[in-house]
Design a protein around this ligand. Structure first.
Ligand code: 6PG
Length: 248
C-alpha cells in the first residue's frame, strides 16, 4: 500500500476543535504506551493552542507527566529565550509548568554550530533508543506541521537535509522560509520512526499545499509517514481542500 493510501484524514471544525482532537490523540497514545512515552513536538504557530491546552485541566491532571519524555522535531539556532525558539515556545506554553525538567529534551543551541547540536541530539536519542530505527519505532508520537512550501520540521524541499537517509538529526545552514536563521532538524528517517505521526494543519493559507501533498507532489511532507505505525492528517475545515474527505 502506498504512503498516501495509509494516511488517515480527520477534519476538525475549527482551530479549537483541532487542538482538542490532537490532545485527545496524544493522551490516548500515552495511555496505550506501557513504557516511558517518547513524544516529539514540533514548532511553528499551529501547535501553540494544543500546547496551551495541555497545561490546563483536564489534560494537565490526566497526563502521567513523570513517564513522558518530550523531544523537538527541530529548532531555530537561537537562544531559548528568543521568541523564534521552538523549544522556548513549548517550554513557556506547558513544559516548564508540567513536565519534570529531566523529561524535557530540547536541541542545544548554545554549542558552536548547528551540526554540533545535531550530533549531540542524535547521541541523546541513541541513549533512549540504542538500536536501529528499523528494529522498533523511536517515538510513540510525532507531531508535525507543514510549511506553505511543503517542508516538515526544518527539512525544506530539494535540500540535503530533506534527502538524508542515515543520520537522525542534521544541521540546516539555510532555512527555506522565515525565520531565516540556521536550524537543527530531525531527519525523515527519525521522524518517520513513529507509532503515530500526526500532522496538525490549520487555516486557509495551508489549503494549497495540502492539495499538493495529497496529489502526490514530491515534498518532504508527502514523504513523511509513520514507517511502522499510523499517519494521521488532522486539519481544520479552513485548511482542507474541498475534495479532501475524512477517512474516519
Ligand atoms: C518550524 C517548524 C516548522 C513548522 C511549519 C508550519 O520550526 O518552523 O517546526 O516545520 O511546523 O513551518 O509552521 P506554522 O505552524 O507556523 O504554519
Amino acid at each position: 500500500m502506498s504512503a498516501q493510501a495509509q494516511r488517515r484524514i480527520i477534519i476538525a471544525q475549527d482551530a479549537q476543535a483541532l487542538a482538542e482532537t490532537a490532545a485527545a490523540r496524544l493522551f490516548a497514545r500515552i495511555e496505550q504506551t506501557p513504557h516511558p512515552a517518547m513524544i516529539c513536538l514540533t514548532g511553528g504557530t499551529t501547535p501553540k493552542p494544543l500546547y496551551n491546552l495541555l497545561a490546563t485541566p483536564p489534560w494537565r491532571a490526566r497526563i502521567p507527566w513523570p513517564r513522558v519524555h518530550w523531544f523537538l522535531s527541530d529548532d531555530r539556532f537561537v537562544p531559548q529565550d528568543d521568541e523564534r525558539s521552538n523549544a522556548g515556545m513549548a517550554r513557556r506554553a506547558f513544559l516548564d509548568a508540567c513536565a519534570p525538567p529531566q523529561n524535557t529534551h530540547t536541541i542545544r543551541t548554545d554549542v558552536a554550530t548547528p551540526d554540533e547540536a545535531a550530533r549531540l541530539y542524535e547521541l541523546e536519542l541513541h541513549a533512549f533508543h540504542p538500536m536501529p530505527l528499523e528494529s522498533a519505532p523511536l517515538f510513540d508520537f510525532v507531531l508535525l506541521g507543514v510549511g506553505s512550501d511543503g517542508h516538515v520540521a526544518s527539512l525544506f524541499p530539494g535540500t540535503e537535509g530533506a534527502a538524508e537517509t542515515r543520520r537522525w538529526a542534521a544541521g540546516i545552514a539555510d532555512a527555506g522560509l522565515a525565520p531565516l536563521v540556521p536550524r537543527v532538524s530531525l531527519t525523515l528517517p527519525a521522524l518517520c520512526a513513529a507509532r503515530e505521526l500526526l500532522f496538525l494543519v490549520s487555516g486557509e493559507g495551508k489549503r494549497e499545499i495540502v492539495g499538493r501533498v495529497f496529489a502526490g507532489d514530491d515534498l518532504p511532507a508527502t514523504r513523511a509517514h509513520a514507517a511502522q505505525g499510523e499517519t494521521v492528517w488532522l486539519l481544520d475545515r479552513a485548511a482542507a481542500p474541498p475534495n479532501l474527505k475524512e477517512t474516519g
